[in-house]
Design a protein around this ligand. Sequence first.
Ligand SMILES: Nc1ncnc2c1ncn2[C@@H]1O[C@H](COP(=O)(O)OP(=O)(O)OP(=O)(O)O)[C@@H](O)[C@H]1O
Length: 451
Amino acid sequence: MTRAISLRDVSKIYPRNVVAVDRLSLDIEPGEFVVLLGPSGCGKSTVLRMIAGLEEITSGELLLDGVAANDLAPGERELAMVFQQYALYPNMTSRQNIAFPLRMEQRLDDHDQRVREAARLLDIEQLLDRYPAQLSGGERQRVAMGRAIVRRPTAFLLDEPLSNLDAKLRTRLRAEIATLTRHLGVTTVYVTHDQSEAMSLGDRVAVMRDGVLQQVGTARDVYGLPDNVFVAAFVGTPRINLLSATVHAPLDGRMSIDFGTQRMLLPQPLSPDHQMLRLQMGREITVGLRSEAARIASPGAMRPTEALLNGVVQHVEYQGHESLVHVSTGARPARVDGLEAARGPARTRTRRAARAAAGLGQGALGRLRRRARSSVATLERPAEPAPPPAPASPIPSGRIADGLVLRAGADVQLRIGERVPLLLDLGQLYVFDSEGRRICPAPVGTPRLEG
Ligand SMILES: Nc1ncnc2c1ncn2[C@@H]1O[C@H](COP(=O)(O)OP(=O)(O)OP(=O)(O)O)[C@@H](O)[C@H]1O
């Protein structure tokens, strides 16, 4: 059996009005694998913990298979959670650790067969009689997964399960997790701040920032059509190049994008998307260009779908299969706040707003009492240390390096300081307005301007 999970306008406000999750709505289909992605402190774990029932929902509704579940005890939700810390009992063997939830539930059926079945799926049969101290990190995480699947849960909630592992093992285990959850057909919600993990794992990726859901879509959607500049910058390696610019649209001449030190002429006739840029005249815009969206080639080779910028080579990174060329264009790099936020400052609401959102006086006390009574048998884990307090420093800004980073062939021959023409593929040119919203390519449903 597998579960549909729906969050409707869900908020979480911690004491002192810390808004960890702000009116988040998300529908997860039965059997779907959804990744919650975002920088540290954006509220991903809080969402997962609210689904699990480990954290009370301040306002909004959680539905499991369409049935209101806010007040269900964790044990009644039939979900299994796996944490970043392996959380195995050190004095129990793998076999005992995996069987633990069954013992807690006092199931009378054959524990041993269920444990062997889980161990076989995870390829850890030979490790069943070892203690956690005798296992590697990857093996411990497999045992932790075993403990999650032994109960045959209706959904998995995985909170950065691989972040304690080295890069190679992480890549291998994430492929295993994808295969395993597909095989079991169980709904999975997976939390990570690692965008490449998110892109490779999920049916859909939900990008969060500062407690707010930014975009939900397939990996292809969030990479190819980011709704805003934050999503564009958070997803993709190397990070998208972001430049501050303005639109120059004289009545008697060709429209161009003005980067301050040089202008990029747009081809005539203007595409419908580029016509929309007229509306931005006089306003600051951000131009986004992924590293594969420009090539270094002579202007004579320019295609009708390309535009020209000039640059100077600053640095060439040889990567084996390709080179990353850093090119200065004199343009001003745009800044995006919160990209690397390491536990940013809590956003706070006024006391009144918080109270309204909290729905205090609407049975909050009752829910707390019920929770106090509830058993946490299915989501049990050894005591964890309290989360570290948030540092008082502001969210560091993700500073985009001065200069574009472009992909080139591995054997590209360039000198540092060499002037190079850059041919930009306009089909891959993103423009964001001063609020950070994508305006080009125009979002679906945007009314068109007449040429
Ligand atoms: N028990 C708590 N009390 C007060 N604030 C909390 C508590 N737990 C989390 N927070 C705050 O809520 C916000 C979201 O935290 P959360 O752990 O959900 O973020 P996250 O995106 O999962 O981060 P990470 O990737 O670092 O685990 C942060 O500002 C955090 O400091």
